[in-house]
Ligand binder design. Structure first.
Ligand code: 2P0
Length: 347
């Protein structure tokens, strides 16, 4: 029985997600509440994942955390917010069920070790997988079974989308306390088996402008961002959900590219401007449009997050030809660009 144990250890993994309708900007920084809803595709965990182990023990005297083998400051506000929130949910559960054996563990301190099998902070959505994994692992170790959107979101906004597989929306919500700002699965991972995701890794260096700082400057200075959040994204969320439900690849692809482009336009509209795309990123954009024009239909889509790396969507029968086109434009012997192929799956 858990009540007799002095040590409980749980290990979980969580996937990366790629937004096709982008989150950029918070209306409440403390609660991590966005100015618009967003929608993402969760990737398969075989290639990119975070693995987190949490151990609670009555013998631990303090909370501690290690990231990729190095001990980090457990006092970081976002980490503290996650820990506070999970313990609050665990207390709530205890008061609902006094018999719950996991309740005893509430007073125990936790040691957390988390590793990514991909470069951290390189625009490969590492914080999303990381905080989703943290929220899920802490929930298991403390016996919490409720929705974990708020716990993950308090760590990193996009993390709440990594709690689910398949196609996931993060509803911005309306409430000031954020209780309705939650992630929800739009379609399961089995829904669109032909859809493939490629990552064109342009750089694994740490991005010069972090997402949190970048968003804050954009919210403060970009009129385009406000227009986007209020007048563009609501209709795009509905249209993207339709494209996913109907497996409308050209519709999905075009909207994905337009939304990526508008997100980067808001970055340029920020003052001072933020520029995440490199010359290589732009060559990939042009390659995708040339490829689609050659076929007379939209067979491939790109999207870029807060970094120069491209994520490309295509149906499976298009992948070999597109990979050949990429290899032709970016011969391996002439530059350092790499190409990896990933599929998507549930958390
Ligand atoms: C997204 N990005 O929707 C967008 C697109 C980057 C560009 O979510 O401040 O690391 O921790 O809430 O979640 C990256 O932002 O930012 C992000 P915080 P987060 O995926």
């Amino acid at each position: 029985m858990a009540s007799e144990k002095t040590v409980v250890a749980v290990t979980c993994t969580a996937p990366v997600n790629i937004a096709v309708i982008k989150y950029w900007g918070k209306r409440d920084e403390d609660l991590v509440l966005p100015i618009n809803s967003s929608l993402s595709v969760t990737l398969h965990q075989d290639q990119l994942r975070t693995t987190t182990t949490a151990v609670i023990s009555k013998d631990f005297t303090e909370d501690r955390i290690w990231l990729n083998g190095l001990e980090e400051d457990v006092g970081q506000p976002r980490l503290q917010a996650c820990l506070r929130e999970i313990r609050r949910l665990a207390r709530k559960r205890r008061s609902a069920s006094d018999e719950d054996p996991a309740a005893l563990s509430l007073s125990y301190k936790v040691h957390i070790a988390s590793v990514n099998n991909f470069p951290t902070a390189a625009g490969l959505a590492s914080s999303a997988a990381g905080y989703a994994c943290l929220a899920y692992t802490l929930a298991r170790v403390y016996g919490v079974e409720s929705d974990l959107s708020e716990v993950a979101r308090r760590g990193s906004g996009s993390a709440c989308r990594s709690l689910y597989g398949g196609f996931v929306e993060w509803q911005m919500g309306e409430r000031a306390d954020g209780k309705d700002s939650i992630a929800r699965q739009v379609a399961p991972e089995s829904h669109w088996p032909e859809l493939r995701v490629l990552m064109l890794v342009v750089s694994t260096e740490k991005k010069p402008t972090g997402s949190t700082t970048g968003m804050r400057t954009s919210v403060d200075t970009s009129p385009l961002l406000r227009f986007r959040a209020e007048s563009v994204v609501p209709a795009r969320m509905a249209e993207m959900a339709r494209c996913v439900q109907e497996r409308d690849f050209p519709g999905f692809a075009q909207l994905t590219m337009k939304d990526s482009n508008q997100f980067h336009a808001t970055c340029l509209d920020t003052f001072p401007p933020i520029s995440y795309l490199s010359d290589t990123s732009w060559r990939i954009v042009h390659l995708v449009h040339r490829f689609n024009a050659h076929h007379g239909q939209t067979k491939v889509a790109y999207t870029f997050d807060a970094g120069p790396n491209a994520v490309v969507f295509a149906l499976h029968d298009t992948v070999p030809e597109f990979v050949a086109a990429v290899r032709h434009c970016f011969p391996p012997e002439s530059n350092g660009d790499k190409l990896c192929v990933f599929e998507r799956e549930r958390a």
